[in-house]
Write a protein that binds this ligand. Structure first.
Ligand code: ATP
Ligand SMILES: Nc1ccn([C@@H]2O[C@H](COP(=O)(O)O)[C@@H](O)[C@H]2O)c(=O)n1
Ligand code: MG
Length: 201
């Protein structure tokens, strides 16, 4: 068994925060602000997968089909994209936005990177509010339609929330009420990251 030493293959010691929350809870919005204020690099797994589709890569069509159904892409593909992006980024602090989504994501990430997250930022938001946000997002995402949104909510409830509960039982979850205006959400997030900085996390 390999040692679990929190290093990528290039021997870079890194800090990772998983940013979780339902579809439309504001993960991308809040990550952009954390980047500005705390110097993390933001890697959205959904965004990395969408880039694969646009690039017409080997797995592009399969990824597109899974996304349009609100289903999860095989972990091996997602984790390798994240790992590559981390290795290409000259930073030692990463926000993994929308990752992990299920147990298989976690197992694959641990196996390939040997990294444990410092903590999990969890954006808690009711479905009604998330639906409203997604339907008015206007970013041209094919999965922002009501049928797919309902499927994405189901995957979140069945596969991602149990993970959040698991990490909570280990004292690793920092939960924020994400149903408030962006500025109020970010005030809470700032407190969490400032405290993590002080503790050297
Ligand atoms: N606190 C907030 N109050 C109101 N609107 C918000 C808030 N946070 C984000 N939004 C808006 O809601 C929409 C969804 O936000 P965002 O893209 O950040 O969510 P997400 O969690 O990354 O979604 P997904 O899981 O689909 O990628 C965007 O149009 C964004 O501007
Ligand atoms: N770990 C992940 C993350 C995302 N996906 C797929 O991408 C879709 C969009 O994700 P967003 O975070 O941008 O909302 C998601 O519905 C999945 O189809 C994934 O498979 N695995
Ligand atoms: Mg997003």
């Amino acid at each position: 068994m390999e040692e679990h030493d929190g290093r990528l293959p290039k021997q870079k010691k890194v800090k990772v925060v998983f940013v979780l929350g339902g579809p439309g809870s504001g993960k991308g919005t809040v990550c952009a602000k954390i980047v500005e204020q705390f110097g993390y690099s933001h890697l959205s797994s959904g965004e990395l997968l969408r880039k694969e589709i646009k690039a017409g890569s080997e797995h592009g069509t399969m990824i597109q089909n899974m996304m349009n159904e609100g289903k999860l892409v095989p972990s091996d593909i997602t984790v390798r994209l994240i790992q590559k992006a981390m290795q290409e980024t000259d930073n030692d602090k990463f926000l993994l936005d929308g990752f992990p989504r299920d147990e298989e994501n976690v197992r694959t990430f641990e196996k390939l990177t040997k990294i444990e997250p410092d903590f999990i930022l969890f954006l808690d938001c009711p479905e009604e509010e998330m639906t409203k946000r997604l339907l008015s997002r206007n970013q041209g995402r094919e999965d922002d339609n009501i049928e797919t949104i309902k499927k994405r909510f189901r995957v979140f409830q069945e596969s991602t929330l149990p993970l959040v509960n698991y990490y909570a039982s280990k004292g690793k979850v920092r939960k924020v009420d994400a149903a408030r205006p962006v500025e109020a959400v970010f005030e809470s997030v700032k407190t969490i990251f400032s405290s993590a900085n002080e503790q050297g996390a």
